[in-house]
Design a protein around this ligand. Structure first.
Ligand code: NAP
Ligand code: G4F
Length: 335
């Protein structure tokens, strides 16, 4: 039975990838960082099928110990400080975790387990102020945030470990992907949850920033499949994973509100605090290499994704589950 180590298993993608790998017959080891309150919500339903081990990308020694003890065949490095606005508040932490965290894991793999296969969670945020449309594996990077810059570093260090040491180190350049398990601070989940709250009379409006930005938005369950396919290839490489379509934040609002018979223009209010010091205006990926080499293609469409998220949030709120209000925490400026 092959063994896979997932960092970031408590996150959105970690939970979907763990489910997928269990379905493929893997033993799944999940690295979880210590917190004063244990938050395993996204993996509660599979907890008895996986092994959780404490660890943190900030701590080189613990990574080495985990690799020595579990000797995974595949390492999926999904852990990161992944929220772009936070990266302006905490640029150093973002660099330590999102950028240097990858080096720590690669260095651990090089010294302990050079025969393992490594997946790096790279991001379309690396394209930032885009140099061409659509963006492919050969499009130059132009990051627009400390997060984007950290991901560029992690991407290039992965390529460097591949080329310098011959490691099977692959980078998946994934475009935005959501799901009902998406963090509440990311825009598509903020909208789906906001719409459901408005419909049930739990909120009056939804404060948002830039509605003009455009994203290539897929379903997390589809995108994690591509991660696994990448590590099944004989040779490591870089792959763009995207839907090939782009939609504005305004379109997400239109689709989400109309799902519940509402008009977004009656509820969405412009809030300067959600605008960014530097914006990524247009992301749209060219997934043709992933299609050609990996045989990957997305199944869930943009509209199906937004409907799935709105339906899930409506059900969640109707069942009485109250999610924490993260609005103030996720702004960049004071009111
Ligand atoms: P997420 O939901 O924010 O999950 C991030 C995970 O990283 C969580 O499990 C978190 O643990 C963990 N983590 C954070 N700091 C850590 C540290 N110091 N040590 C160990 N673990 C740490 O992110 P996601 O959406 O699943 O994304 C997965 C990866 O793909 C990330 O690297 C992200 O940057 C990248 N990515 C995401 C997208 C997207 O649209 N979702 C697109 C491209 C790339 P806690 O639960 O303890 O916070
Ligand atoms: O949902 P977002 O915060 O995601 P963003 O910045 O695109 O980053 C996500 O996708 C990346 C892949 O490209 C990942 F690497 C990263 O980890 C993360 O998963 O913002 C999307 C867009 C931005 O243009 C933002 O300005 O939505 C706009 N937006 C407008 N109002 C808002 C809001 N974003 C948030 N979070 N909150 C708002 O109120």
């Amino acid at each position: 039975m092959p063994t896979a180590l997932i960092t970031g298993i408590t996150g959105q993608d970690g939970s979907y990838l763990a489910e997928f790998l269990l379905g493929q017959g893997y033993q799944v080891i999940g690295m979880v960082r210590r917190a004063s309150v244990v938050t395993l919500d996204r993996i509660e339903h599979i907890q008895d099928k996986i092994t959780l081990v404490q660890g943190d990308l900030l701590d080189q020694i613990c990574l080495v110990r985990i690799l020595q003890e579990y000797r995974p065949d595949e390492i999926y490095n999904l852990a990161a400080q992944s929220f772009v606005p936070t990266s302006w508040h905490q640029p150093i932490l973002t660099g330590e975790v999102t950028a240097l965290g990858a080096t720590r894991m690669l260095e651990g793999m090089r010294t302990v387990l050079p025969s393992a296969r490594y997946y790096q969670a790279s991001s379309s945020e690396m394209f930032g102020k885009v140099r061409e449309v659509p963006q492919s594996e050969s499009t130059p990077f132009y990051p627009r945030s400390p997060y984007g810059a950290a991901k560029v570093y992690a991407h290039w260090i992965t390529v460097n470990y591949r080329e310098s040491y011959g490691l099977h180190a692959t980078s998946g350049i994934l475009f935005n992907h959501g799901s009902p398990r998406r963090g509440l601070e990311f825009v598509e989940r903020k909208i789906s949850h906001g719409v459901a709250a408005i419909k049930l009379g739990l909120a009056d409006n939804l404060p948002l920033g830039n509605l003009k930005a455009r994203r290539d938005m897929g379903f997390a369950g589809d995108h994690v499949r591509a991660m696994w396919l990448m590590l099944q290839q004989e040779k490591p490489d870089d792959y763009v994973v995207a839907t090939g379509e782009t939609h504005s934040i305004r379109e997400i609002c239109e689709v989400a509100f109309s799902r519940l018979g509402l008009d977004y223009e009656d509820y969405v209010v412009r809030d300067e605090r959600f605008f960014r010091p530097a914006e990524v205006d247009l992301l749209v990926g060219d997934p043709s290499k992933a299609g050609r080499v990996l045989g990957w293609e997305p199944v869930v469409t943009f509209t199906e994704l937004i409907h799935m998220m709105v339906d899930s949030d409506l059900k969640l709120l109707q069942s009485g589950v109250q999610m924490p209000d993260v609005t103030e925490m996720t702004t960049l400026k004071r009111r």
